[in-house]
Design a protein around this ligand. Structure first.
Ligand code: XLS
Ligand code: MG
Length: 373
């Protein structure tokens, strides 16, 4: 790891690259959205205060369900792809990942990304890449390298990093500056492991930590610039995580896409600053959801193969027979809001903006969402 002060930011996305990208967006006519979710999104109802309320669904059932509900891809934690990964040799992990790829091909399902689950193992009690224990830090890097190998076997070049335990409960227990350097060193090790892998950082401001080191997209993209190949470090926005940071997810989408760095997306919903709720998309605030869809539309999301993933969970009260409703409902809401985004009265809105009549603009949006008078 280089000493503090030794690292220079490398700005690889030049202004002309960004404006070419912007021109692409303006040219974009009609985006095609493809949908994705993860096996963990069919959770069984457990929360910190109570046990599961439904029986677990087998992986095979989840896999065959996807197409039926209009989804084309699945996202994976490393141990969703290869269970009990820590107990297996590298060769065994690869063998099982290749077997999974065959099953996915058989179902016509794409693997969207793989993410290392760096928050369960005893080695990650005090953080993963930023643990105070060097052996634990090494464990996190080694496990991430394995995750990259799994991604390759599954045919995706995208690894997602939700940095769950990279933060503090006790401010004085960690040196924040050193932790930034440790995070960059870990990202560099992953980039060096595979010349093609792209890393998408999924920021979240809190939970399980009190305060996370990379709470927002701005933090994620700033850290990307410190790495050995910033072009291969981007981000994933989760609606609920942006809301937990007190931000509007639509602004986070516009910001990330201004850099050409929004490589994946976890749409869901969240009622304010409390525990992470992972509600169905649009469940809490339709207008905030509408603005996310508008932001995706105006930026041409999906045109480079990006998927719309729903990181949503069934309510604890959901009954077994409604086991996929949170996913199909999220997709339906997205598609309904897409119609609303495409039929939004742009001309009328532009005139109201030109007249600085934001009062009527506000009502125009409300009337449009209500279906018009
Ligand atoms: C948790 C994360 C989830 C996955 C990715 O909040 O939203 O995206 O765990 O690792
Ligand atoms: Mg997520």
């Amino acid at each position: 790891m280089p000493p503090i002060g030794d690292r220079q930011p490398i700005f690889l996305a030049t202004r002309s690259e960004i404006s070419t990208f912007t021109a692409d967006i303006i040219m974009a006519k009609s985006n095609i959205y493809r949908f994705c979710t993860g096996p963990w999104n069919w959770s069984a109802g457990q929360d910190p205060y109570g046990p599961p309320t439904r029986t677990e669904i087998s992986f095979d059932r989840k896999l065959t369900e996807l197409k039926k509900i209009g989804f084309e891809a699945m996202m994976f934690h490393d141990d969703d792809a290869v269970p009990e990964i820590d107990a297996k040799s590298g060769a065994q992990v690869l063998k099982e990942a290749k077997e999974l790829k065959k099953r996915l091909d058989g179902e016509g399902i794409t693997a969207e990304m793989v993410a290392p689950r760096l928050w369960f193992h005893p080695n990650t009690v005090d953080g993963a890449f930023t643990s105070n224990d060097p052996k634990s830090r090494q464990y996190a890097i080694d496990r991430s390298r394995r995750t990259i190998d799994i991604a390759n076997a599954l045919g995706t070049d995208l690894m997602v990093l939700w940095l769950a335990r990279e933060g503090t409960y006790i401010r004085e227990s960690k040196n924040g500056r050193r932790c930034v350097d440790l995070l960059v060193a870990a990202l560099d090790a992953m980039l060096a492991h595979d010349k093609k892998i792209r890393l998408a950082i999924e920021p979240k401001p809190n939970e399980p930590m009190d305060v996370a080191y990379l709470p927002t997209i701005g933090h994620a993209l700033a850290v990307a610039q410190l790495t050995r190949d910033s072009k291969r470090v981007g981000c994933l926005i989760e609606s609920a995580h942006a809301i937990l940071a007190g931000l509007d997810p639509a602004d986070e989408i516009d910001f990330a896409m201004a850099f050409g760095k929004l490589w994946s997306l976890h749409l869901n919903d969240q009622n304010g600053l409390k525990f992470d709720q992972d509600k169905p998309f649009g469940s809490n605030n339709l207008r905030v959801a509408f603005n996310q869809v508008r932001a995706l539309e105006r930026n041409g999301y999906g045109q480079k193969g990006e998927y719309v993933c729903f990181d949503v969970h069934p309510f604890r009260t959901t009954q077994q027979e409604h086991w996929s409703a949170h996913l199909s409902n999220s997709r339906d809401t997205f598609l309904r809001l897409l119609e609303k985004a495409r039929s939004y009265p742009e001309k009328q809105a532009e005139q109201l903006i030109a007249d600085r009549n934001y009062q009527d603009l506000d009502q125009l949006v409300i009337e449009h969402l209500l279906g018009g008078k």
